[in-house]
Design a protein around this ligand. Structure first.
Ligand code: 13P
Length: 253
């Protein structure tokens, strides 16, 4: 069964106190208001994972994600955080290959593949991000661009490893810009992604993979986006920093 997921990527925002307030507000709203079958994920910055994890551990409705992970298991890698460490503080998911990491931290397809392997080896689930820049969309090269991103990092996984993967389509031109992909643009790319996955892995696995949309998703457009056949939820940036907006997006299913 394909899971419906709404994940909040807090990026580099919030102080410790603010993070605790935000997650407890979200927790209360989810408990009181969300009736449907939705997996809610929050991805706070590293220093807050453990404290936020205390609230999500043993909580059926809320789950914890990290925004990044090292491709290495352990050792002399100053400033890095391993999948084992993330697991030990209660993380269940890891965002891998976000365009901001590809862009500002020069993470290439091979590095992302290693991060996927390291994450899955610890029993964590990657949320693998893909998405094209504006010039690729304008050149009508967006399908090919995203297809290559999927192929270059995911295709070396086994079927069993791939079973753990969630995919997020985040067109770069829609991230933090207020310019959302139309529901039609999202649907056609999600269907294309699923088709590519079915060529790399078995068709049933591809059918059961959750594919999330990210990029200026908000309470006003979430319902329309989530109603598309191949859109299984959202990876939310800005709107996940406000508990009311995030809860309203979760309730859009
Ligand atoms: P916004 O929702 O702020 O556009 O960010 C999307 C995103 O990058 C989530 O990972």
């Amino acid at each position: 069964m394909r899971k419906r997921i709404v994940a909040g990527n807090w990026k580099m925002n919030k102080t410790y106190e603010e993070a605790l307030t935000l997650v407890s507000e979200i927790d209360n709203m989810v408990k009181d208001e969300v009736t449907g079958d939705v997996t809610v994920i929050v991805a706070p910055p590293f220093p807050f994972l453990q404290s936020v994890g205390k609230l999500t551990q043993g909580n059926d409705l809320m789950h914890l994600a990290a925004q990044n992970v090292s491709e290495h298991e352990s050792g002399a890698y100053t400033g890095e955080v391993s999948a084992t460490m993330l697991k030990s503080v209660g993380a269940e998911y890891v965002i891998i290959g976000h365009s901001e990491r590809r862009m500002y931290h020069h993470e290439d397809a091979q590095t992302l593949y290693k991060k996927l392997k390291a994450t899955i080896a610890q029993g964590l689930k990657p949320i693998f991000c893909c998405g094209e820049p504006l010039e690729e969309r304008d050149a009508e090269n967006h399908f090919e661009y995203v297809g290559k991103q999927l192929h270059d990092s995911l295709s070396y996984l086994s079927n069993e490893e791939f079973d753990q993967v969630v995919v997020a389509y985040e067109p770069i031109w829609a991230i933090g810009t207020g310019r959302t992909a139309s529901s039609q643009q999202a649907q056609e790319m999600h269907a294309y992604i699923r088709e590519q996955l079915s060529r790399m892995f078995d068709a049933e696995a591809a059918f059961n993979t959750s594919i999330l949309y990210g990029g200026s998703c908000n309470p006003g457009n979430a319902k329309e986006l989530f109603s598309q056949e191949d859109v299984d939820g959202g990876l939310i940036g800005g709107a996940s920093l406000k508990s009311r907006d995030f809860a309203d997006i979760i309730k859009s299913f």
